[in-house]
Write a protein that binds this ligand. Structure first.
Ligand SMILES: [Zn+2]
Length: 103
């Protein structure tokens, strides 16, 4: 394949262009990104929906400290979990690295 940034031919499985260093985002290797730490939107939504008051969706997305806080407060009496649920549905929720969830 070719680097989308500079057009240099690079290995089909390469994730980073060896010439310009640009990270390659394409259909072929996008699934590796998911396996590499990005979190699934649907999984986060379901976790928040069913066990949101335990903060499980926060643990899943790497917000461990907030997850513990939600666990201790019962998801802020459900309000915190509800806010998170709205954020997830509207696509405003990010994981601990600031990455949007993968749909
Ligand atoms: Zn390049």
């Amino acid at each position: 394949m070719y680097c989308f940034n500079c057009g240099t031919q690079i290995d089909d499985n390469a994730r980073v262009c060896g010439y310009c260093g640009m990270i390659q985002k394409n259909e072929r290797n996008s699934r590796y990104y998911t396996a590499d730490g990005e979190k699934e939107w649907l999984v986060t939504l379901l976790l928040c929906l069913f066990v949101g008051s335990l903060g499980i969706h926060r643990f899943y997305t790497g917000h461990t400290n907030i997850g513990i806080a939600q666990l201790l407060t019962g998801g802020g009496c459900g309000i915190w979990a509800l806010i998170d649920l709205i954020l997830i549905i509207t696509g405003s929720y990010t994981d601990a690295n600031g990455n949007p969830l993968v749909k």
